[in-house]
Design a protein around this ligand. Structure first.
Ligand code: GAL
Length: 649
């Protein structure tokens, strides 16, 4: 169940044999290769050198290692960029984002689409039937370094064509977007400009459509690669390595054409970048926050429809966060077991050996540049030995709680935040954290997913609810907890008729009459059955259903507004709750749903995989795990030390 990312092209060939042998010693079975190797595969247009890659694949195979082959399209070589400069993306200010690092292409480029098709075909034909190749990864981290949205003339032409197909006539587009506002009406599709570079804010409807367009392009580009691979490499899986806290394209439709999802887990780097408070940053700096990796495990298990890997696991300090501490001893082992506990099929470390050259020379590997195991490498070996004793892990079942995650929600709230700090990812993360503090497992699902199997459904917010989403909520037997701004926009970025929550009026027992965003430090007490503070946002609502109970109110000397409302079909929270209000609300809601809750310390998390229960300790204090008297421990014991992992049956 362990893998590693390996770059044979970075090392003398005389080292490869020893590398492969030592990978086996660590307990590694899968090796991902070649995702950045285009300049070595095709050094000049049409001149190929694949012999070195043949030798690498053969050698790994000879050592019993299974190869995950990649397409090299994340790094178009210099000669290609010189031949076709308009492959390069352009930023919103019209500056070319050119050659010199990676991902220097726009998804709108037809030239690049064709060039990609060509190189993917060559690799897929060459290695598709190789007995050592068990699976494929397309490209590398689509969208990394902010590369989904590009604003070049090539993008403009592609967007115009996309709009023409969707709207057929400029009048329909004008009508849908409300272009009568500020005389934005368009005479023809050729006249549509990209929604950037204007004097002030461009049309929110146009920006939302641009994001949908860009997202669809990513999916279509990947589908092209996957179709070629499937043709030449039957029986092998195809995946892509997605990222953390990354919402620039919609991963739900993308996942549909993959065999499994995978993602790149750098929990300490992500924690460093997350908008935590300063005390939280200090607390989690060398361990990460205990929900950062799990949140993504649960998300990508959903995207992969149950099948997923960690394709890149942080092995030690990284190089790209503002600060990059050495993880606490034991933390790399913890991350690995935690991914497995959440259902990962394989955890693959990035990378085998730290490169002493290039952009990532300060990024650890399982080995130091001097070819000896790093502390992370030692911990990976420990997991390798533990896995060898424990054997295969059971399948992970459905969680009791579903959390609805929506990429469009993120775009909508970025386009017009209305309050500067209304950050979708932060909101969802906090709600997820609140559920997991009660010791519950969570499945992250798209809007419109079948909710039949769940005991409780949580929707931190969903500004635009599609017909499918509304139908799924209406069909749900489980109670649903909705957060502020749900149902506040239509598909074309307008306020719904009859006011928010628009199409969710049958489930959410309020009507929103005005909204208020609150600057940092401006909070209002919330009093009642659950108490705390209202921050950042308040939906001022009137109650529409006589059967709804107002559990708590926002209290201002001049007025009182419902804060938490329990309706007969759904609960609604009108505000961005502080930690107390969120915990209290979540507790009330989950208990009303009939779930049994634990109260876990902030550094402890529990997760079940089949009949196994795992516990993880991110903190410095020993914790006594809540295992039954007759529990049989496969890992650890009742006393869970700092950075410890326990697993019992
Ligand atoms: C990932 C990327 C890898 C490497 C790694 C460093 O985002 O896929 O190629 O750059 O980060 O942490």
């Amino acid at each position: 169940m362990l893998g590693v990312c390996y770059y044979p092209e970075h090392w003398p060939e005389s080292w490869w044999e020893d590398d492969a042998r030592r990978m086996r010693e660590v307990g590694i079975s899968f090796v991902r290769i070649a995702e950045f190797a285009w300049s070595r595969i095709e050094p000049a247009p049409g001149r190929f050198d694949l012999d070195w890659l043949d030798r690498a694949v053969d050698l790994l195979h000879r050592h019993g290692l299974k190869v995950v082959m990649c397409t090299p399209t994340a790094t178009p070589p210099k000669w290609l960029m010189d031949l076709h400069p308009d492959i390069a993306p352009m930023d919103a200010e019209g500056r070319v984002r050119g050659f010199g690092s990676r991902r220097h292409y726009t998804f709108s480029s037809e030239v690049y689409f064709d060039e990609s098709r060509r190189i993917v075909e060559i690799i897929a034909k060459r290695y598709g039937a190789h007995p050592g190749v068990v699976g494929w990864q397309t490209d590398n981290e689509y969208g990394c370094h902010d590369t989904v949205l590009s604003y070049s003339p090539v993008d403009r032409t592609a967007f115009q064509a996309w709009l023409r197909r969707r709207y057929q006539s400029p009048d329909r587009l004008d009508e849908a977007w409300g272009n009568v506002f500020w005389s934005m009406e368009t005479p023809s599709f050729d006249a549509v400009a990209l929604p950037v570079g204007a004097v002030t804010e461009t049309s929110p409807a146009a920006r939302l459509e641009y994001r949908r367009f860009a997202s669809e392009q990513v999916v279509a580009y990947d589908r092209m690669q996957v179709e070629i691979i499937r043709k030449h490499s039957p029986g092998r899986f195809v995946t892509h390595n997605f990222m953390g806290f990354f919402t620039e394209f919609d991963h739900w439709p993308f996942g549909e054409h993959l065999d499994l999802a995978s993602w790149d887990s750098y929990p300490i780097g992500f924690a460093e970048r997350f908008p935590f408070s300063e005390p939280e940053h200090a607390r989690w700096a060398e361990t990460s926050h205990p929900d950062i990796a799990p949140f993504h495990h649960d998300l990508y298990r959903g995207v992969g429809r149950g099948r997923w890997w960690v394709m890149e696991q942080q092995p030690g300090p990284v190089n790209w966060a503002p600060w990059n501490p050495v993880p606490k001893p034991g933390q790399i082992r913890l991350f690995t077991w935690e991914a497995l506990a959440h259902g990962a099929e394989v955890v693959s470390y990035f990378r085998w050996r730290q490169a002493p050259f290039g952009q990532e020379q300060m990024h650890a590997g399982l080995n130091r540049p001097d070819r000896t195991l790093s502390p992370g490498g030692e911990e990976a070996s420990t997991v390798g030995r533990e896995l060898a004793t424990i054997g295969a892990l059971p399948a992970s079942g459905k969680a009791p709680v579903a959390l609805v995650f929506d990429y469009e929600a993120c775009w909508i709230l970025e386009i017009q935040p209305q309050g500067k700090d209304f950050d979708y990812r932060e909101l969802v993360f906090r709600w997820y954290e609140a559920i997991r503090r009660f010791g519950l497992d969570v499945d992250i699902v798209p809007p419109g997913a079948d909710l039949a199997a769940y005991r409780a459904v949580v929707v931190p917010t969903l500004p635009y609810a599609s017909e499918a989403a509304v139908a799924a909520f209406e069909a749900s037997n489980a109670p649903i907890l909705f957060g502020p701004r749900t149902g506040s926009k239509t598909r074309h970025y307008a306020i719904p008729e009859g006011l928010p929550p628009g199409p969710l009026a049958s489930l959410i027992p309020v009507r929103v009459t005005q909204v208020s965003s609150l600057r940092p430090g401006l909070t209002k007490p919330v009093e009642g059955a659950v108490a705390g503070l209202a921050m950042r946002w308040i939906d001022h609502v009137e109650i529409k259903d006589a059967k709804a109970r107002v559990l708590s109110e926002v209290v201002d000397p001049a007025y009182r507004i419902p804060a938490v409302i329990a309706g007969p079909r759904g609960w609604y929270v009108t505000t961005w709750p502080d930690a107390d209000l969120l915990t209290g609300t979540m507790r009330g809601f989950l208990e009303a749903a009939g779930l049994e809750l634990m109260d876990l310390p902030e550094a402890i998390r529990i997760r079940r995989r089949g009949a196994l229960t795992f516990a993880f300790n991110y903190g410095p204090q020993t914790y006594r795990v809540p295992a039954p008297e007759d529990a049989v421990f496969l890992l650890g014991a009742r006393e869970l030390p700092a950075q410890g992992v326990a697993c019992w049956r």
